[in-house]
Design a protein around this ligand. Structure first.
Ligand code: SF4
Ligand code: SF4
Ligand code: SF4
Length: 238
């Protein structure tokens, strides 16, 4: 029997939803297991009812979105928050650390800070295969787990030269794997979009990076996607 699925977006660039649609053949494969009841980006006819699973992209900005999020929680058995915006706060959370008075808005909030969230799929954008794996595990009543090694592990498997050795600041040692070290494979440093791995040694990495780029820049790169250190243990909250 099919389970009902809804896909909603809060403050975000909607890139994670596009990542799902980009791989439309795999996305279509999901329709064997799920009936999509609400998906503004992907279909005309949407329903405001109860759902087996609700996928939420983006961070909650302001009272209206917080109210909306709480309503979706009441209507859904399982919440899956997707992307760095929902998980860490995203680029928009940069404003949370600016002095009060520059913006007349309250801080943007990550999804697990507002509602109980069963699963998080990290990344900017997400890895679509990881999301589909999670959805199918939920369908079959299995517990889904994220990989808990550092990006460095995948980077070494991919036989990349370590960028830190050539003076480029890289957050791979403290960032959760699962992206196949895609940025480093292309010659760019990891910026931590998947959030921290379990028990990250942040202080040790700071000691390596600060002599290279200074204290302030080290602080800056560690907050580019929001609070990199947000633990993924959403079920422990609320
Ligand atoms: S996580 Fe990245 S790709 Fe996804 S919605 Fe946020 S900014 Fe866009
Ligand atoms: S380049 Fe970055 S991810 Fe790769 S091994 Fe070095 S620190 Fe780790
Ligand atoms: S290498 Fe780092 S920044 Fe790039 S996708 Fe992976 S976790 Fe995100």
């Amino acid at each position: 029997m099919k389970k009902s699925l809804a896909i909603f977006s809060l403050t975000s660039c909607e890139g994670c939803q596009f990542e799902m649609l980009n791989h439309y053949e795999t996305f279509n494969g999901l329709l064997k297991y799920f009936e999509i009841k609400n998906f503004r980006l992907g279909q005309e006819n949407n329903f405001d009812e109860n759902f087996d699973i609700a996928i939420i992209e983006g961070s909650a900005d302001g009272e209206e979105q917080i109210k909306f999020l709480k309503k979706i929680r009441k209507q859904s058995k399982v919440i899956v928050a997707i992307g760095a915006c929902a998980h860490l706060g995203g680029i928009q959370s940069e404003r949370n650390s600016l002095p009060q008075g520059i913006f007349h808005k309250k801080p943007t909030k990550i999804v697990p800070a507002v509602i109980k969230t069963e699963y998080i799929i990290p990344g900017c954008p997400i890895n679509h295969a990881e999301l589909y794996h999670c959805l199918l595990d939920i369908y079959w009543g299995k517990q889904f787990f994220l990989p808990d090694l550092a990006v460095c592990f995948e980077c070494r498997v991919n036989e990349n030269e370590c960028l830190i050795k050539s003076g480029k600041p890289c957050l791979g040692p403290i960032t959760r794997s699962g992206c196949n070290s895609v940025c480093v494979n292309a010659g760019e440093a990891c910026l931590g979009c998947r959030g921290a791995k379990p028990e990250p040694n942040i202080e040790k990495l700071k000691k390596i990076l600060e002599p290279m780029i200074g204290e302030k820049e080290t602080e800056n790169i560690m907050t580019i996607y929001g609070d990199l250190t947000n633990e993924i243990d959403p079920s422990a909250k609320k």
